[in-house]
Design a protein around this ligand. Sequence first.
Ligand SMILES: NC(=O)c1ccc[n+]([C@@H]2O[C@H](COP(=O)([O-])OP(=O)(O)OC[C@H]3O[C@@H](n4cnc5c(N)ncnc54)[C@H](OP(=O)(O)O)[C@@H]3O)[C@@H](O)[C@H]2O)c1
Length: 251
Amino acid sequence: MKIVLIGGTGLIGSKTAARLRNKGHEVLAASPNTGVNTITGEGLAEALAGAEVVVDLANSPSWEDKAVLEFFETSGRNLLAAEGKAGVKHHVALSIVGTERLPENGYFRAKLAQEKLIKASPIPYTIVHSTQFFEFLKGIADEATVGTVARLSPASFQPIASDDVADVMAEVALGKPLNGTIEIAGPERGRMHEIVARYLKAANDPRTVEADVHARYFGSELDDRSLVPGEGARIGKIGFEDWFRQSQQPK
Ligand SMILES: NC(=O)c1ccc[n+]([C@@H]2O[C@H](COP(=O)([O-])OP(=O)(O)OC[C@H]3O[C@@H](n4cnc5c(N)ncnc54)[C@H](OP(=O)(O)O)[C@@H]3O)[C@@H](O)[C@H]2O)c1
């Protein structure tokens, strides 16, 4: 079956592409670098010709509030319109646990707008809500750092390895559309400031971490429900220690 991965050259995209190719599917990894652009429309119709499934794993080059909203709205509209013309039977998208709960977070607002477009389109869909990737822990620390101190919320946090995310994206791409949303998270739940501190220590990063219940996560204060999934979420296999060890291996 032909499967188009939008953002198929990115972190999750490249890992999902490898899994689907291993199962013998025809995978097109679509991105501006491979001549397919969901913002300009370049190469989109050609890429989607004959595709049964599209998995949207694209990310916005800018996370500034207005730019990221414009990216996910424009990309979503162009992609769904092109899928309609091409007769695509299943649209799969990767979004974030809690998009509906953090309206002050501009990135979450943009992902929610993307989800609304998917739900309003006639194309059968499955949305996967993931928690934060372990690969994103440094980005979280960087955004929260002033000088040598990262001030972070002690809210519940359950990050996941990108390999576990890619396993689920490949499985969902080969399954039936749910016309609904599933949640995925890592195997260990802890406090955000402690997990980020654990990462910084493992990475020999000299920054220190302070817990602050009012510290904002990309614009939003958090509580213990904000970023973690509800009951019934799929749980990944790879914990922090194993992920960190693997991430240190030469590529
Ligand atoms: N980070 C997290 O913790 C987290 C948690 C939950 C969900 N997510 C979601 O996971 C998804 C994938 O994230 P990621 O970290 O794998 O992304 P990534 O590594 O930054 O890759 C982004 C991909 O999007 C492509 N892209 C950018 N602009 C495009 C355009 N105009 N048209 C088509 N493709 C375009 C890039 O292609 P080029 O390389 O050619 O530019 C690249 O292949 C995102 O939608 C994100 O919201 C992230």
